[in-house]
Design a protein around this ligand. Structure first.
Ligand code: GLA
Length: 387
């Protein structure tokens, strides 16, 4: 991949002298969905697919961007003196947002850059292609200019840029999973305390399979912000009757006891998901530690049902993929992953069932939805690296 990128860099920007090449992964979340902005737990892992970036410092303050995924856009130009969100600037708002966020933290980016990206995360799939670009940008800036920031800071800077530059109120999960990824491990992160531990994912005789609905998120970002504010409303009403800081502070029994304080039925459902999903995530990691992959799979299935019925972020496409997966023998667990409203599902599938899974789920999906889904067996990889 490095050679392909360097060759393209030379083609686009004249030559490839003094160019550095980096990689940052995408991520998949195993369980713990829509809990990260509710003070709950998440359990994502970095993937071996992600975003490659080639970069070279310039002598002026110009920024020139080129993406091999959007070749039709050609070279997009900007400048360090124009770090403002621009709806016309398309994908470059992600790297520009990170440069802006570095400057907000008092780290002035001293020189312009020529940047070329090439990603192999299916775009709009919910496997965090944007967070991958954000962490990659931070990693490149640190290496090129010697900023003193940890990988955990890179995650926080990426999230800050997404919240304040790109207007999506996302939690910390995606950027954290990417910046802190570890091969063959998922990350059990408590988003309230920002404490984490790695948990090995040993799937003997089974694989992680991603099914991509090919439905783009579209309006998803505004719906995402809407879910977030529904949870905030629920929390504020609960706080009038019980001293909690986040929905993640409640267990199921406490929720059932106090839920009457949440006046609106919809907000009550959203909060129920946040509370139960958080507890499910804790139990799922315990099951995994005891090597009880079947129990882990059942909790994945329950997670999907809660996202479908209480959080209402699945939709016909993701429901079809998951409900068809549940019918296939050898599927240990299956659920939507990421924000929802389109994107992907993640399933644990026994090796001998993978062909049947692709075939049966693929055919049923095509028949019902009218276009095809894509399937990938994925591996859990490390965080960002310099190549
Ligand atoms: C998106 C956000 C994350 C998280 C998930 C839902 O991926 O970026 O912060 O909230 O949705 O779990």
């Amino acid at each position: 991949m490095k050679e392909v990128i360097l060759q393209k860099f030379a083609e686009v920007f004249g030559d490839a002298e003094d160019v550095q090449v980096y990689f940052a992964p995408g991520r998949v979340n195993m369980i713990g969905e829509h809990t990260d902005y509710n003070g709950g737990h998440v359990f994502p892992c970095a993937l071996t697919i992600g975003t490659y970036g080639a970069v070279r410092k310039r002598r002026d303050r110009k920024l020139r961007f080129y993406s091999m995924n959007f070749e039709q856009l050609g070279v997009l130009e900007s400048s360090l003196d124009e770090l403002k969100p621009d709806p016309k600037a398309d994908w470059t708002n992600y790297p520009k947002g990170v440069m802006w966020a570095f400057e907000e933290r008092g780290m002035q980016v001293p020189a312009g850059m020529d940047i070329l990206l090439n990603g192999n995360i299916p775009n709009g799939s919910g496997l965090s292609s944007s967070a991958s670009v954000e962490v990659l940008t931070g990693y490149m800036l640190r290496d090129l200019f010697g900023f003193e920031v940890s990988n955990q800071d890179l995650a926080l800077i990426g999230q800050y840029s997404e919240n304040h530059f790109n207007g999506v109120n996302c939690g910390i999960m995606d950027q954290f999973a990417i910046a802190m990824g570890k091969k063959d491990n998922a990350i059990f992160l408590d988003t309230a305390a920002m404490e984490f531990e790695y948990a090995p994912i040993r799937l003997e005789g089974a694989k992680l399979v991603i099914a991509c609905s090919n439905k783009k998120r579209g309006l998803g970002d505004s719906k995402y912000n809407e879910r977030r504010s529904e949870c905030e409303t629920a929390l504020a009403q609960l706080q009038q009757v019980i001293g909690i800081e986040t929905l993640g502070d409640l267990n199921e029994e406490q929720f059932e006891l106090y839920k009457g304080a949440i006046k609106d039925e919809v907000c009550q459902k959203r909060a129920r998901h946040a509370v139960y999903e958080n507890r499910r995530t804790v139990r799922a990691v315990e099951a995994l530690k005891q090597n009880d992959i079947e129990a882990f799979g059942r909790l994945m299935n329950e997670s999907h049902i809660s996202l479908r019925d209480d959080y209402e972020v699945t939709g016909e496409e993701l429901d079809t993929l998951v409900e068809e997966a549940w019918k296939v023998d050898g599927v240990i667990g299956s659920r939507m992953t990421g924000a929802g409203f389109g994107g992907c599902t993640v399933s644990i599938v026994k090796d001998e069932a993978i062909d049947a899974f692709r075939e049966k789920v693929g055919q049923a999906y095509l028949k019902k939805i009218g276009y095809a889904a894509d399937f990938y067996a994925v591996q859990i990889g490390d965080g960002p690296v310099k190549l």
